[in-house]
Design a protein around this ligand. Structure first.
Ligand code: 6PG
Length: 237
């Protein structure tokens, strides 16, 4: 993985050091948003990688009552399901000082994301966009948010001219149906981070950046090559 005009990498010796640095970076951005506009907006990823970072961020001292937190994507399952990203964010991030933050979920109790879309879109109208920070993760298949290889609405989700904020997404590698912010909506941010851990993901990201072999089709490549927002990659072994 190498730096390019739009991608800067920050390497850390271990997950603890990365989590501490990323938590400070994000907290600074939230504090700046509150100081400048009276509120701040953060979009985070689910999955397993962010847990340690969430724990660190939850202990950062700032006026959390003025912070809205949402997810970049969600699995279409209720919070009682262990696959719920919302449940993970509530357990790991919305604790300690961060309990006061307002969480804006992407799931409604409709049976499918298609059926829940109107409700979720109405809810998202309350978001004070642009985001102060968006933090993406990446899966071993090159997906980010719910931009999965073979996703049924992948071209729409990656279309930088798409005005939709969120879309349903179904893909062979996604498990359950998903709902995801579109790339265009996620790029409506003051700062963009990609948090990955481990050698395998480092190599995969390097391949995606170079467009090497099948990696030319990895959806994360759309994030790395877009011209709108610089990408800060946070990595540790
Ligand atoms: O709901 C999700 O699955 C995520 O938001 C997803 O985009 C995640 O960032 C990657 O799958 C990485 O997940 P891990 O951190 O578990 O590898």
């Amino acid at each position: 993985m190498s730096d390019s005009a739009n991608v800067t990498t920050h390497d850390f010796p271990d997950g603890h050091a990365l989590a501490a640095a990323l938590a400070e970076q994000i907290a600074d951005r939230l504090r700046a948003g509150i100081a400048e506009r009276g509120h701040a907006l953060l979009a985070v990823s689910g999955g397993s990688t962010p847990k340690r970072f969430f724990e660190q961020l939850s202990r950062q001292s700032l006026d959390w009552a003025k912070v809205q937190v949402t997810l970049v994507d969600e699995r279409w399952v209720p919070e009682s399901n262990e696959r719920s990203n919302a449940a993970m964010v509530k357990a790991m991030l919305l604790q300690h000082d961060a309990t006061a933050a307002q969480f804006v979920p992407l799931y409604s109790d409709a049976p499918t994301p298609e059926a829940g879309l109107v409700t979720v879109r109405a809810r998202l109208a309350s978001l004070a966009l642009p985001f102060d920070a968006v933090i993406l993760g990446m899966g071993n298949d090159g997906h980010t948010a719910s931009f999965f290889p073979g996703g049924d609405r992948l071209p729409e989700a990656l279309d930088l001219n798409n005005a939709a904020r969120v879309l349903p997404m179904r893909a062979p590698g996604a498990g359950e149906p998903r709902i995801t912010f579109t790339l265009s909506a996620l790029l409506d941010t003051r700062a963009l981070f990609l948090h990955i851990e481990g050698e395998a993901k480092r190599q995969l990201l390097a391949d995606a950046q170079q467009g090497a072999g099948e990696a030319v089709n990895f959806p994360v490549r759309s994030v790395l090559t877009q011209p709108r927002v610089p990408v800060s990659v946070y990595w540790c072994p």
